[in-house]
Design a protein around this ligand. Structure first.
Ligand code: AHR
Length: 664
């Protein structure tokens, strides 16, 4: 038995707690709003796109058929072969299929499938594909089917009288539910022994998140098939061979100022034969040269360099391609040899020409060889390439240095207008960092690419990292960074670091969180900024931090002081002015688990409007994370906010607050 009064004792103690805990000291945030300020990069926040985690094939690239050109191999995954993700379909008949290399559609795409029908039965015999974990089909949506086909000369020992020589082969393509119910179909005739390109559009009569594509040949005989494609008619900005609209849109909604592509390690590849060759990714898709993706799957390069440039233009972002520096990834595990491999010096002139040709493809006039190729792809106007990355966190070896310098010298000579971005290793310190910076200083490289994935505490402890960087030396592109988690505490540490990057955006003009996309069930690297399935998109809390800094960027940094600040810091702030709008933008970060009072002074501010907008990203639980298939538990909330030359603001625990003060 216990005294009734004692039952309430814990509650009473709780009520006393604020009296016994030391109150959070008021943090004084002073902004010199009358100062001319320091010019900073308005392009600080961009995105890093790499085909990792099925980001491209099965992700951003809208193609719905997996292994459409029968080029999958056991080098990509031991259990794979040219017929992987296809299966035979028998609708009352008999037949078989085989992979053929005798007469390819294009030498870059050597394999085709030959379907032989011995008995067509009632419904025919053929092949089916379930896409990337099923094909999402929506009622009323249009799907463009296309494939290459030709008849094959055959002996027909099983029925000498039924030969179809000289007669067309009827083919039906159906979208089907798992149970075989039709969601729409189209009919074709394959005629003759040369490749034909056949196309049709199917309007879906039903929905299924996990449909399959079925192609049935309906008479005795044989046909070869290749580059079998099913593309949703609706792509981002309706580009042919385009991008999945919801995924492209969520990237567009970040308003990234630049897009880095195609990697990451994908750029320098798994061994010399796997270096990403941009020229192999141009032109009609059946002529492109797909290859092993270093992350252990196949890259069709249907999303190729032209599509990357087009996407950048479509979302108003500057393109930032990264090419290998004539060496492969240091983690290469492919023959011949392991680790970083260097292109033979004899191959370097041709390699360097490829680099120069890329600049011409992007920027050259239509009268130039590669400018003409761009125009032929439907884009006569230049793409306005300004940045070019050479190398990706390579080991800084003599072999690397020699090749990097050859490329760098050639680009500088031919294209002094291009900002070449060098590389300083995979970490914020260490031998590659030191040697990379030594080369940058020696060659006077305009910018170098720093990479680091660290814990949230590291970011809080390193807010001053760039304050002392020598402004006379190379600028920094923070090309890959993340705080190793998708919890609120990670996102808030990243927000604090972004205030420091803004303060230093005169010497760090570009920064991109990495990686960008990850398909659930195929995630090879955590954390990522956006997770997705075939039908849904899940931005993380970290995404909202990047977005808040991107849409609230400025081009002038105003002197800002914050005191007192703990060691390591648990509060951070920045103040920028956006000259396009005249708006003054404050970012206030509280990394503590309790609310923090700020006294904010806008010294010298003139003509303040009565009201600003306040956007807060905060949550009660610093460990909150959007778990599998769930939307982020924490989303930014925007509301009007009264403003004065000096005011008090209590920043919620674990929060980022953006106060945007419009000019009068
Ligand atoms: O972002 C994932 C990988 O991290 C990149 O491919 C590589 O550059 C880095 O090691």
């Amino acid at each position: 038995m216990c005294f009734p009064a004692l039952r309430f004792l814990p509650l009473a103690l709780l009520a006393l707690l604020p009296l016994v805990l030391p109150a959070q000291p008021v943090v004084n945030l002073v902004i010199d709003a009358a100062a001319p300020g320091k010019p900073i990069s308005p392009d600080l926040v961009g995105v890093f796109f790499e085909d990792i985690n099925y980001s491209a094939d099965g992700g951003l690239y809208a193609e719905l058929i997996q292994n459409r050109s029968f080029e999958y191999t056991a080098t990509e995954q031991l259990t794979w072969n040219a017929f992987s993700f296809w299966e035979l379909v028998n609708r009352g008949g008999k037949g078989s299929a085989a992979i053929d290399i005798a007469k390819p559609v294009h030498p870059n795409n050597p394999h085709a499938v030959v379907v032989m029908v011995k008995e067509p039965g009632e419904g025919g015999f053929g092949i089916a594909n379930s896409g990337f974990d099923g094909i999402p089909v929506k009622t009323g949506a249009k799907y463009d089917v296309s494939f290459f086909a030709r008849q094959c000369h055959m002996d027909h020992p099983w029925d000498a009288n039924a030969t179809i020589e000289g007669k067309p082969m009827p083919v039906t393509v159906r979208l089907e539910t798992k149970d075989g119910a039709s969601l729409g179909e189209a009919s074709f005739e394959v005629v003759g022994y040369e490749w034909q390109h056949l196309t049709a559009t199917i309007t879906a009569t039903g929905s299924d998140e996990s449909a399959r594509f079925v192609l049935l040949a309906k008479k005795i005989g044989a046909i070869a098939l290749d580059e079998i494609s099913l593309f949703p008619r609706e792509t981002f900005r309706n580009r042919p061979n385009g991008l999945r609209p919801d995924l492209a849109q969520i990237i567009a909604d970040l308003h990234p100022k630049f897009v880095r592509f195609p990697g990451g390690c994908v750029a320098h590849g798994n061994g010399l034969g796997n270096i990403y060759r941009w020229k192999d990714t141009l032109g009609p898709v059946e002529q492109r040269k797909g290859q092993l993706n270093l992350w252990g799957y196949h890259q069709s390069v249907g999303l190729g360099y032209h599509e990357y440039f087009q996407f950048c233009e479509d979302i108003g972002a500057k393109p930032l391609p990264v090419l290998a520096a004539g060496v492969s990834c240091q983690n290469s595990a492919h023959t011949p040899g392991h680790g970083q491999q260097c292109l033979p010096l004899a191959d370097m002139p041709a390699y360097i020409q490829d680099v120069l040709d890329l600049v011409e493809y992007a920027n050259g006039p239509v009268t130039s060889t590669w400018g003409a190729r761009r125009a032929a792809a439907g884009h006569p106007a230049p793409f306005g390439l300004k940045y070019l990355g050479i190398g990706n966190e390579d080991h800084i070896t003599p072999g690397f240095q020699e090749r990097f310098q050859m490329i760098f010298d050639a680009v500088r000579k031919a294209h002094p207008e291009i900002v070449v971005i060098g590389t300083v290793g995979p970490a914020p310190r260490g031998p590659d960092y030191d040697k990379g910076w030594a080369i940058a200083n020696e060659l006077k490289i305009p910018m170098v690419d720093e990479h680091y994935y660290e814990k949230p505490e590291w970011f809080w402890s390193n807010l001053a990292r760039y304050d002392t960087y020598d402004r006379a030396k190379s600028q920094v592109y923070l090309g890959e960074w993340a705080s190793r988690g998708n919890a609120l505490r990670n996102a808030i540490a990243e927000a604090a670091y972004l205030t420091a990057l803004e303060r230093n955006a005169d010497v760090v003009p570009l920064a991109s969180y990495a990686p960008l996309l990850a398909k659930r069930g195929h995630t090879q690297w955590n954390p990522d900024l956006i997770y997705f399935t075939n039908t849904a998109v899940y931005p993380t809390i970290n995404y909202f931090v990047q977005q808040l800094f991107s849409v609230n960027s400025g081009d002038t940094y105003l002197p800002t002081t914050l005191a007192p600040v703990a060691t390591p810091a648990d509060a951070a702030a920045s103040a920028v002015r956006d000259s396009r709008t005249g708006d003054l933008i404050l970012k206030i970060v509280n990394g503590a688990n309790t609310a923090k009072p700020f006294h904010i002074a806008l010294d010298g501010a003139k003509n303040l409007p009565p009201r600003a907008t306040k956007t807060v990203l905060a949550g009660p639980d610093a460990d909150a994370v959007n778990k599998d298939g769930q939307p982020s538990p924490t989303q930014p909330q925007t509301s009007p906010f009264p403003i004065a030359p000096a005011f008090d603001y209590e920043a919620p625990a674990n929060s980022l607050t953006v106060i945007r003060i419009p000019s009068r």
